[in-house]
Design a protein around this ligand. Structure first.
Ligand SMILES: [Zn+2]
Length: 332
């Protein structure tokens, strides 16, 4: 099918890691073997996912060299899909709660800035219908996959298009990447979700050995109720994102006044390049140091850009001070 809209450029990049570092089959270490990238069109942005894929290195293991993908990948989009689950949730919501036509949904999404064709909206709506009609009980193929695997690691994601709207819950099996069931529930209370998880548990042909989620209070409670005693991991991405939010905001604010102070760096640099003495070269080097400090963006919460910028500026000022003490530079 010819694509009329060019694929949009990503607006941000996310690196997804596997939570499990040991092979779920043999328990031996799995190495990060290679990276896959996927571009996902989400409601608010276009995300480039860099997936760090692990593989078991034990030749005697059934999962030898079988790729193990980051658990939270499926929370972004369905396998091989270009649109995010949040887009899918909105399309389903607007169709079935607001009774909008495909044209209306398309117009709404375009208004939100989502690059999507009307035809894709139709396709997504079909996917949505398939998704919520998924019956684990009747899905012989998934049963076979899981039976062969012998266990299941569940991932639970809740997509809420808007505050007050119904939540599209998607339950996946992480090792096989299969979507087990999806349901749009009006409330995101733990009881409703627990009911859904109980259904999954009843028809699952294998024991659940672990559950992954974003760790919302209601989700945590529901998982504890339906899968008592089963290890429950928080998806690293969500965990870090939640932790990062206040830090990121504070850091961003702290960075602004710092950057403001070096706004005049370019004219200074231009002047320096016109000089052909040693001092010109030195000034030029300092300007470069300042410029590289400004662009040295780090990823919160592990490293804060603002703090890093401050450290680098302090180092530059200290160096300038040392030079002045030696009598090598006139304050300007
Ligand atoms: Zn293994």
């Amino acid at each position: 099918m010819a694509r009329r809209n060019p694929k949009p450029d990503p607006t941000r990049t996310e690196v997804l890691d596997c939570m499990a570092t040991a092979c779920p089959n043999c328990g031996k270490p799995m190495w990060v073997d290679y990276e896959n990238t996927r571009i996902i069109v989400m409601l608010t942005d276009v995300v480039k996912l860099r997936l760090r894929i692990r593989r078991c290195q034990n030749r005697d293991c059934e999962r030898y060299h079988k790729p193990y993908r980051p658990e939270c990948e499926g929370g972004w989009a369905l396998p091989k899909h270009e649109f995010g689950l949040d887009v899918l949730a909105v399309i389903g919501n607007r169709r079935y709660r607001h009774h909008e036509t495909v044209g209306e949904i398309h117009a709404f999404l375009r208004e939100q800035g989502v690059v999507i064709s009307e035809r894709s909206v139709t396709n997504q709506l079909d996917r949505y219908d398939e998704l919520v009609a998924l019956s684990l009980q009747a899905n012989e193929r998934v049963h076979q996959v899981l039976k062969q695997q012998g266990y299941g690691v569940l991932a639970v994601d809740g997509l809420q298009p808007d505050v007050g709207h119904e939540v599209l819950w998607v339950v996946r099996e992480c090792v096989s990447g299969e979507v087990l069931c999806a349901r749009a529930l009006l409330s995101s209370s733990g009881d409703d979700l627990s009911g859904l998880l109980d259904e999954v548990k009843q028809v699952l042909p294998v024991p659940v050995v672990g559950v992954v989620s974003d760790g919302q209070q209601s989700v945590r409670k529901a998982i504890a109720k339906s899968f008592p005693g089963i290890p429950h991991g928080l998806c690293h991405f969500h965990y870090l994102r939640e932790a990062a939010r206040p830090i990121y905001e504070a850091d961003r604010h702290a960075k602004k006044p710092l950057k403001k102070q070096v706004r005049e760096i370019r004219p200074l640099e231009r002047k320096a390049t016109k000089r052909d003495d040693e001092m010109g070269a030195i000034i030029h080097d300092y300007c470069q140091a300042v410029r590289s400090a400004i662009t040295d963006d780090r990823r919160p919460p592990l490293v804060a850009s603002g703090l890093r910028l401050r450290e680098r500026f302090i180092a530059i000022v200290e160096s300038l001070t040392r030079m002045r003490e030696k009598g090598g530079c006139q304050p300007s």
